[in-house]
Design a protein around this ligand. Structure first.
Ligand code: PLP
Length: 407
């Protein structure tokens, strides 16, 4: 008899943000007069920049003309966008062939789907706290094992990122096959500097592991010693796949566009004594299951790489980083211990008086009508922290601080 994929049953019952939304809704219903400020979910609030809107308009009109109409596009993505990305990478000193760049409809789906290329028994390491998609997508594939010990998965290797290790994951005693690194990091808002990233690339090369590098927040890097791409590190092409997103870079959370870089050097054993290139396998996967990001969206993404578009999106990112800076300095003044917020739009805030993260979440929601994200929702090492985002409006950010002060 047909049964469901049993691995789905090992997933936690509801997604973190669903739990939060439920609690927020309850407070809203209990007192509809109170305005709730959300610095919880990581969605942007500023509209698309004019260069992007103009590109969308132009591409939409093109699609309405016989000569301009496009049907199915190349699964890899249009060359105009891959070339624009390759030019951007070149500015970082990174040389990529455009066939190494795949356009997708979001880093969430790219990252979630990429694990399909690996054997079911591959050993996966994730940082703790972590962006939950790495965990859940591997759990769905049966690679995470069973939840034990309060939600930890039996087969995953957890790499705690704590203030004690400066939020830099230590190397596991036994090398995993795959390690997910997110830099700048969601949720801690911290970033790996060049030497930390070099050490990880060296480790991966020594132990034959593959790094899946999530650079969704690279646009937020402000400090000179922080690489924006893992390929800025020598030798990374042989050990790393990189994911980028237009979501937080250019406000594409509702438009959907991303890129995955799969260098030609990456190859894994096929179990029959040969090696198979990951670039070809990912291409095969995309050609079979994906028909490409919409033409008009790719034109919009291309506009982000023009001098005008770039100036405009950088101004938006700078605005979010101003919010981050307001949160960091004000919370420190209030006596909170905070991390991040310099190279990332997230502020990782230690809860006061040893409160657990859900209790502090409840306190902020009930007494300040302020929504954050409990750190525990990102993993065990997230206990004792909450995540605040810099994606609110400047007014809401200032108001949020005032409410925390009044607590
Ligand atoms: N990676 C990280 C670390 C994220 O925080 C997010 C979104 O919040 C994503 C990937 C997903 O980005 P996208 O909107 O491109 O799917």
């Amino acid at each position: 008899m047909l049964a469901v994929n049993p691995h789905y049953l090992s997933l936690q019952k509801s997604y973190l943000f669903t739990d939060i939304a439920r609690k927020v809704q309850a407070v809203r219903e209990a007192d509809p007069g109170r305005r709730i400020i959300s610095l919880g979910i990581g969605d942007v609030t500023k509209p698309l920049v004019p260069a992007v809107v103009e590109a969308l308009r132009k591409a939409s009109l093109e699609m309405g003309e016989a000569e301009g109409f496009r049907g199915y596009g190349p699964e890899h993505g249009y060359a105009f966008l891959r070339e624009a990305l390759a030019r951007d990478y070149r500015e970082l000193g990174v040389k990529l062939d455009i066939d190494e760049i795949f356009i997708g409809d979001g880093a969430k789906s790219d990252i979630g789907n990429f694990q399909e290329l690996f054997a079911e028994d591959a050993v996966v390491a994730i940082t703790d706290p972590v962006y939950p998609v790495y965990v859940d997508s591997n759990a769905m594939a049966g690679r995470a094992g069973l939840p034990v010990d309060g939600g930890r998965f039996s087969k995953l290797v957890y790499l705690p990122c704590t203030k004690e290790n400066g939020f830099v994951p230590d190397f596991p005693r036994t090398a995993p096959d795959i390690v997910y690194l997110c830099c700048p990091n969601n949720p801690t808002g911290t970033a790996l500097d060049r030497s930390a990233l070099e050490a990880w690339v060296t480790y991966a090369r020594m132990h034959g592991c593959l790094i899946l590098f999530d650079a969704a927040y690279e646009a937020y890097v402000t400090e000179p010693g922080i690489p924006r791409s893992i390929y800025e590190i020598d030798g990374a092409r042989e050990v790393a796949v990189e994911f980028r997103s237009y979501s937080k870079t250019a406000g594409f959370t509702g438009l959907r566009c991303s890129c995955t870089v799969v260098p030609m050097e990456l190859a894994l054993p096929d179990g029959r004594g040969w090696k198979v290139g990951l670039n070809g396998l990912w291409n095969r996967r995309q050609c079979t299951k994906y028909n490409g990001c919409p033409y008009i969206v790719q034109r919009a993404a291309e506009a982000v790489h023009t001098p005008e578009g770039r100036r405009q999106v950088q101004a938006v990112v700078a605005g979010y980083l101003d919010n981050a800076s307001t949160l960091v300095s004000s919370l420190r003044e209030l006596g909170y211990e905070v991390f991040g917020g310099v190279n990332a739009p997230y502020i990782w805030t230690a809860t006061p008086h040893g409160m657990d993260s859900w209790s502090f979440f409840d306190l902020l929601l009930q007494q300040a009508q302020l929504v954050c994200t409990p750190g525990r929702g990102f993993g065990f090492a997230g206990e004792g922290y909450v995540r605040l985002t810099a994606f609110g409006t400047p007014e809401d950010t200032i108001e949020a601080v005032a409410r925390m002060k009044a607590l």
